[in-house]
Design a protein around this ligand. Sequence first.
Ligand code: SF4
Length: 119
Amino acid sequence: MLKENILQRIIQVSIKPVKRRTASIPSIIKDIKSVIKRRDREDYLADIAAILANIMLMGKEKTIKCQYYDITTGLCKLLKFDIQIPTLYTINVDGVWRVRVDKHPEICATCPYWKGKSS
Ligand code: SF4
């Protein structure tokens, strides 16, 4: 009887740390999942940043080669708006708002009016 009690006690003692570690497994899994989600988000943002950088590079290339680009002012001589667009850097020239395409290469990247300079 005494031996049985000692044996039970030994088993209980040796099981305690296992139980403690087992209990923490769900929180460890949760932490791992959160790291994976954050990593996915970072990858996603990095992909978007790379795409935007490519758009800006392509736009810049189109801007400097477009015959409507005024290199002295940075304005597009073709594109104009009747109202000021808050998301664009514009300058009022003779009552219309002209876009500083040197500050917005993304506009040239998607512009349907692009026309190469004649050489
Ligand atoms: S590409 Fe379009 S927005 Fe850019 S300078 Fe030429 S006409 Fe203007």
